[in-house]
Write a protein that binds this ligand. Sequence first.
Ligand SMILES: [Zn+2]
Ligand SMILES: [Zn+2]
Length: 444
Amino acid sequence: MTRRFPALLAALAALALAPLSPATAAAQPAAGSELVRLIEAKLPAVMPKVVAWRRDLHQHPELSFEEKRTSALVAAHLRSLGMEVQAPIGKTGVVGILRGGKPGPVVALRADMDGLPVTELVDLPFKSTVRTQWQGQEVGVMHACGHDNHVAILMGAAEVLAGMKAQLPGTVKFLFQPAEEGLGGAQAMVDDGALLNPTPSAVFGLHVWPTRVGSIGVRQGPIMAAAGNFKIIIKGRQTHGSQPWSGVDPIVVASQVVLGLQTIASRQVNVAYLPSVLTVGQIAGGNRSNIIPDSVVMVGTLRTFDDAMRADIAMRITRTAQDIARSAGATAIVEVDKGGLVTANDTSLTDRMLPTLRRAAGENGVQILNPVMGSEDFPVFTQKIPGIFFFLGVTPKDRDPATVPVNHSPLFFADEGALITGVRAMTGLAVDYLAMPAGKKAGN
Ligand SMILES: [Zn+2]
Ligand SMILES: [Zn+2]
């Protein structure tokens, strides 16, 4: 996932966020209490292991589709708990199946496992010193998105739930997914049958987030944007820097295009409908002060919450680049990819599971969030079955969430105090969902 963009979303939030009705808040899953007592009884023994796993994983991060050590650790743990284990699945993923002693539905819990090519700058006893080659340069590898927490939390949830197998009214499927960071790990898992035999009827996933430690953020409906990339090549005509009239300067054209693109989100689409963000992140052209180059290449990202809006903005990107280029006698070659999926929470399922999240994070510990412009591949699962994706706060109490380094920063730091909330939330969602009367489970 990538960053928040709170300013743009404030107006939308004010319009879209109605307070929860008392009826919603009262929809506490009734059958939970004995199962919840069992969870609480097991936490004291399991939590020290969760902390130890998280530190070990943090110290040994692996890049997307290279999570061999991580998946071996996970598979060995799930086997030690007596689960059926499918591995490798989706290249380096692991699935564990826990069949409860009582009849009931199937629910899935998901964690992503990959680290990033980021050199860790946080001074921890278990700091990562792993190095790798990335795009021709030597860099560090770091769990800069906090997926080490996700894996440790789900390993802990697996141990808690396996310890109450006889009482579980249904089956829990544990999805340990590789390569969330842009390489399609969720799709690889689904392609390999991770949602088959048995097929879950709901899936839950979390992400650590720079909000107050132990708090939970969630939202009914769209919660994270679809991300797509675009590439624009401006073709001019090379000439000497002292006589630009002899050629066509693609650097000046590219500069105009960057500014022109910024009028799409701000002037051309309905900002009151849904937010969108368009960023040019890289420009390359020329190699000397006094040579006007032949061409300039720029790449960027587009974040949207609606397929039709994405297609409309893609058309506008192409039109803007081509028409500005034409005005200068240059040409523009534009590619806008189809992009990923919007992460959207099932609204009625979210309403029904809010009491579970409140039980995990405390009565005042759950916030209804603005949509986030970062993206996820969790919706690869939720386009098949209803689900909920939520954020778990990891910013220490003595630091300001507004100014701490966010996910993907070499200074990203996750407070371990959140781990128990994560385990409570994941185990709680599983047992409350399984125990919920059948008629209430269906999503919308
Ligand atoms: Zn990330
Ligand atoms: Zn992430």
